[in-house]
Design a protein. Structure first.
Lengths: 410, 468
């Protein structure tokens, strides 16, 4: 009786894991060089870490894997981590609060229920959080770091900017109550930007500025100046956010980092308060992030500003080209089965591995075309080395002799 | 064609509807003990009676093409498990019952203020745990506990819960229990529901046209104020009072007799349920009547100090929560039942090994284990290595599940008569159960309360020993 894998879950096969590790190593390497330190939060957290307004939207909360713990008779529940940032904020508060600027990164999985199994229930992400700075500089650093990782993986990537503060200020200007504002903000975060356009407004300036703000995609600080010019009376409420976004855009422009300002791209988490960025590669969303200055206060800490991003490993793995398998694989084949000959096989294989070559013992395979080198080990006498690329056969007396030929062909 | 019909409060109106539709129904009324009514006019119509709560699930998974039950149970399923396969065909116009979020009028709950940053935990008690969770999430309650119960939600606020989500026919009825409505979550009525695949495939037009909802008049009701947040004020509680929970249902009568024998006078707790708060003539003890199924969890949560329930329900609780502080204090000796594993008489097996052979031989794809005792059934299935099994939780009327909708049933039996009547046979015996007094081993810090509890135990011990 075969039991298939659980729906919505993914098996990572050897070629997938090769890509997974490449992404992980690239991400770790870049983060470490930028001065970020690695952490990992636990898979289980308390549900109420995620329930406050300003953490996860009710839509997301409705799909967390939550359950009563073994001692959960009190009704309190735990969840499989649905998000990386909120636990990172908790980790910071519990262990690192009050220090200097804290730069953390992690490679973690998150879990979201999905009924049909068409979408993934377990997702892997590479996350980075920069805690303690409210400067646009910090947001720009995170954007550049994320772009560096993806570009170094050989994947063309672009960044789209939106601004949670701007959207929230807009909702405020439109005269909505606070519960209503949260509700519409949630809809926008879940990808329904139309919710914003559908709100009727009597404000002439807003009526004029809204289409520009929502429909036009800007590519320079000049776009934001145009918006500013049209906003007129409605400007004061929006100005701080507009200024903040302008600062970030100016800095990115000065760094020759192309970007798109697309307010409608503001998908993400309810905890975002400032700039939000999305990373796209070949029309696929491969990452996102933003500023979340209110999150740490919300989970019980002081007024510590923070900002972060996550790269989605599953999407990046799909875009990553398959790596060529190591060219110089060596297959060591014993002739006969007596102990002395086998010992010699293990010894020569160990020697070659220590020299850095992928060396396997032949355990009875039928095809050998994956191997560049075939090394026959007789009970006594010289080794037989075949170079499958050229068909050349050599008799070699010593381990060093094998190494010389293999190295000579590189 | 298969139609699932409700047990309980909707029976009379549903039977009338089906008679009007010309189904010529036999054996479907409140007194009937059969779970398989027959239609004299539709020979190929299979009918089965379920607890209302089971019907949306049975229709959604495709065991039944059509079903009739309250909209409340449809939404309870859909809010957590949005399923495309369940279609709400229409309102049948009877069985009105609204779902209210309520608090005790003594609890000082104000309705329209925002919660300000606090970390108080809101305890929400309900038979509708999914709707309760959805409500709490939508309200953005920061920290909440959903306490799922089998019934008697009205008995919980204010001492044992801050809020209850409760089905009631009118706001006035809530006032009878000293409850104030804060919000109406749902206006419910009997609904005809259908499986989408059945609708797409099978011609059910005759039945649909007979059952199609008549013109339904929806009365306008004044909306309750929308609540944004709730402020909880801890109700001052008589800390030293011993809180005792007594069972309703089957165990009510023997419990009452036990009390009589013990010389404990209790007002308002007779053969019928008069009040959820009877008065015990014993100094320093308050009594509430709740479902025996709910007691272990409530005692674990220190909502009660003592409770009279069955060992079966205590075991079910402890299997789920091995480190729970609830323990049996005293075997009371009455209400003896045996917990057994049963199958349909038609199934060619005599023991569990043979049942497993059916799966191994490919004759059964999965063993569907139905039970009210979810955790006992799950442990049994694990211990017996049933390999491929599904637990189907039921809310009573479990015998009806075999053989069509389950293969194995974990059920209690007194004499075995009911099982025989439903053409079931026992293939294994799990354990004996009887009524017992349970308590919380961590809760007894107050010396006066400790004394009072000891006193009650002493009285009960004596009565139990005398061979009740």
């Amino acid at each position: 009786m075969r039991v298939p894998r659980c729906k919505g879950m993914r098996d990572l096969l050897p070629q997938d894991m090769a890509k997974f590790r490449r992404i992980e190593e690239m991400f770790r390497g870049c983060c470490l060089r930028w001065g970020y330190e690695e952490v990992r939060t636990p898979t289980l957290e308390y549900l109420h870490l995620f329930t406050a307004t300003g953490t996860l939207t009710p839509g997301m909360l409705g799909r967390v894997y939550s359950f009563l713990d073994w001692d959960g008779w009190s009704g309190e529940r735990v969840v499989l981590r649905p998000d990386g940032t909120i636990p990172a904020a908790r980790l910071y508060l519990e262990n690192l609060e009050g220090g200097e600027i804290t730069k953390l990164f992690y490679v973690e999985n998150t879990f979201t229920f999905e009924e049909t199994g068409a979408e993934r229930r377990e997702r892997w992400q590479c996350g980075a959080e920069l805690i303690g700075s409210s400067q646009p500089l910090a947001d720009v650093e995170l954007i550049l770091l994320a772009l560096e990782v993806v570009e170094k993986l050989g994947i063309p990537v672009e960044v789209r900017l939106s601004h949670a503060g701007l959207i929230k200020a807009l909702l405020g200007e439109l005269g909505l109550g606070s519960a209503e504002q949260t509700e519409i903000f949630d809809q926008i975060l879940e990808g329904n930007i139309k919710a914003l356009g559908e709100i009727k407004t009597e404000d002439v300036d807003l009526k004029r500025a809204l289409p520009l703000l929502l429909d036009v995609k800007g590519s320079s600080p000049g776009f934001l100046e145009n918006v500013r010019a049209l906003l007129g009376k409605a400007l004061p409420g929006l100005e701080p956010s507009l200024n903040n976004l302008t600062n970030i855009a100016q800095l990115l422009s000065a760094l020759d980092c192309p970007y798109q300002i697309d307010i409608a791209s503001g998908r993400g988490f309810e905890y975002y308060t400032g700039v939000m960025f999305q990373f796209y590669a070949l029309a696929e969303r491969v990452g996102g992030g933003g500023r979340y200055d209110d999150l740490i206060p919300l989970v019980g800490g002081g007024a510590v500003p923070a900002s972060g991003f996550a790269l989605y490993m599953d999407q990046l793995m799909d875009l990553l080209k398959r790596e060529q398998p190591s060219y110089h694989r060596i297959l060591v084949r014993p002739e006969g089965s007596d102990v002395k000959g086998l010992k010699s096989c293990f010894e020569v294989a160990r020697f070659l591995r220590e020299e850095g070559y992928l060396t396997e013992l032949d355990l009875g395979r039928k095809t050998v075309s994956d191997y560049r080198w075939l090394l026959s080990v007789p009970r006594e006498g010289p080794f037989q080395l075949v170079d499958q690329a050229t068909g050349k056969r050599s008799e070699v007396a010593s381990q060093a002799g094998i190494l010389k030929i293999v190295e000579g062909s590189r | 064609m298969k139609l699932a019909l409700p047990k309980g409060r909707l029976v009379d109106d549903t039977a009338a509807l089906l008679q009007r539709a010309g189904l010529g129904l036999l054996d479907y009324d409140e007194g009937s003990r059969s779970y398989r009514p027959k239609s004299t006019t539709f020979a190929d119509l299979f009918l089965k009676v379920f607890q209302e709560k089971d019907i949306p699930i049975q229709v959604a998974i495709g065991n039944y093409d059509l079903g009739i039950c309250g909209l409340d149970w449809v939404e309870e399923l859909l809010v957590k498990y949005p399923s495309d396969d369940l279609v709400k065909v229409g309102d049948l116009g009877y069985g009105k019952s609204d779902l209210y979020v309520v608090a005790s009028r003594y609890a000082g709950v104000s309705s329209v203020r925002e919660i300000e940053g606090g970390f108080e935990t809101a305890r929400i008690v309900s038979e509708y745990q999914n709707l309760a969770e959805s409500f709490a999430l939508r309200l953005r309650l920061r920290r909440f506990k959903i306490l799922p119960i089998w019934g008697a939600a009205e008995a919980y606020p204010p001492e044992s819960a801050d809020l209850a989500i409760i089905a009631e026919t009118s706001v006035d009825r809530l006032a009878d229990h000293d409850l104030v409505p804060l919000a109406r979550v749902l206006a419910s009525r009997a609904f005809l529901i259908a499986n989408r695949k059945s609708l797409a495939k099978a011609d059910m037009s005759i039945l649909l046209s007979y059952l199609s909802p008549s013109e339904v008049e929806i009365e306008e009701e004044s909306p309750l104020p929308a609540i944004i947040g709730i402020i909880f004020e801890k109700a001052a509680e008589g800390e030293k009072m011993v809180r005792l929970a007594l069972p309703d249902g089957h165990q009510q009568r023997p419990t009452m007799e036990f009390f009589k024998k013990a010389g404990l006078k209790i007002g308002g707790y007779s053969e019928v349920l008069e009040t959820r708060r009877p008065t015990l003539e014993l100094n320093g003890v308050t009594v509430k009547v709740i479902r025996p199924q709910d007691m272990p969890l409530q005692v674990a949560n220190e909502s009660f100090d003592l409770a009279i329930t069955g060992k079966d329900w205590l075991k079910d609780h402890l299997y789920r929560f091995p480190s729970s502080p609830v323990e049996e204090i005293l075997d009371l000796g009455f209400g003896r039942v045996t917990i057994v594993a049963v199958v349909s008489e038609d199934l060619p097996v005599n023991n569990v090994a043979e049942l497993k052979d059916l799966v191994r031989g490919g004759l059964l794809p999965t063993i569907r284990v139905a039970s009210e005792y979810v955790n006992i059934a799950d442990k049994y299935a694990r211990d017996k290595h049933l390999e491929r099994y599904k637990i189907i939780p039921t809310w009573g009327a479990s015998e009806a599940f075999l053989p069509e909708d389950a293969d194995l049933l974990i059920e209690n039996t007194e004499t075995g008569e009911t099982l025989t009547k439903h053409k079931l046979k026992t293939i294994d015996t799990l354990f004996e159960s009887s009524a017992c007094l349970i308590g919380n081993r961590q809760a007894l810090s107050d010396p006066l309360k400790k004394e009072r509890i000891k006193h009650i135990i002493k009285i009960m011990e004596k009565t139990a020993k005398e061979g009740f």
